[in-house]
Ligand binder design. Structure first.
Ligand SMILES: [Zn+2]
Length: 281
């Protein structure tokens, strides 16, 4: 369950530690994760091993590692996967689908406890990387693009759909998922089912400020502790909710603003929103 803040922290760590270094060993435990890009596992391993790392970029939740010869390694943890920094000698665990070590700077492991991982990874020509990763270059990345609040309001008005769905739609905004969408709406005091085209100037500014605050707070919480295994996800394997979250996963607990119990409401198949009926309007 990685979203923009955790992936950005990982990107920065990788940028600091592996740019200029080379990919050493590549282990693929689950063939399906390379299928969108390569015919076989050895094809992927051959494409990545020994490559020099030139740059590490991010768009939404996807990491793009630029390699020599105008190639880019795409890493998408999917909706349930997570990425961890490990030492170069760490053996892949039972839920590890991919382990890649570097000549210097340790290794990166992609893991997923779900039986049908939605993660994907591959090496593609740099100019085709966004398209290959199904990343819409026109969708707004709220951290990378540094939008103004009128830009943000305009995007939402154009999307014209329930607020929560607009915030989590990768064709509108990239990088925000179920966890931070609820946090942003709670912070702004706005209901998940309000139309994104109905916001007053004041509400749009409030939502914009809430989005920036939540992303920055989450980045601080993820810190540089990504090598401490559980620190990179908002909810760990035992279902324990990270301390910095104010509404997500807190159903039944009193709202931190108005003390009414937080509700968990199903909005579509397997998608729930955590919200307060009293102080989100
Ligand atoms: Zn409340």
């Amino acid at each position: 369950m990685l979203e923009l803040p955790e992936v950005e922290v990982l990107r920065k760590d990788l940028e600091k530690e592996v740019v200029g270094k080379k990919v050493k060993d590549v282990t693929v435990e689950t063939a399906s994760i390379v299928k969108p890009f390569h015919r076989t596992r050895p094809d992927f391993v051959k494409a990545l091993e020994g490559r020099k790392i030139e740059n590490v970029r991010r768009r939404g939740k996807v990491i793009f590692v630029d390699l020599d010869e105008d190639l880019t390694w795409v890493i998408d943890a999917g909706s349930t996967g997570s990425l961890h920094r490990e030492t170069a000698n760490e053996k892949p665990g039972p839920d590890t689908h991919l382990a890649v070590s570097f000549t210097v700077g340790g290794a990166i492991h992609l893991s997923d406890t779900s039986s049908d991982p939605s993660a994907s990874t591959g090496v593609v020509p740099t100019e085709e990387a966004f398209e290959a990763a199904s990343v819409d270059p026109d969708a707004l990345d709220p951290f990378e693009d540094n939008p103004t609040w009128p830009d943000f309001r305009h995007r939402l008005a154009e999307a014209s759909r329930p607020l929560r769905s607009a915030l989590t739609d990768p064709d509108v905004i990239v990088g925000i998922g179920d966890v931070y969408a609820d946090e942003i709406l709670w912070e702004a005091g706005l209901r998940h089912d309000r139309s994104s085209a109905s916001l007053s100037t004041q509400e749009a500014r409030r939502l914009y400020r809430a989005m920036m605050e939540v992303i920055n707070l989450a980045m601080k919480a993820a810190g540089s502790s990504l090598d401490e295994s559980e620190a990179d996800v908002a909810v760990d394997d035992e279902g324990e909710v990270a301390e910095h979250l104010k509404v997500y996963g807190r159903d039944g607990l009193p709202c931190l603003r108005c003390r009414q119990p937080i509700l968990r409401t199903r909005i579509k198949k397997a998608v729930y929103t955590y919200h307060c009926e009293q102080c989100m309007i």
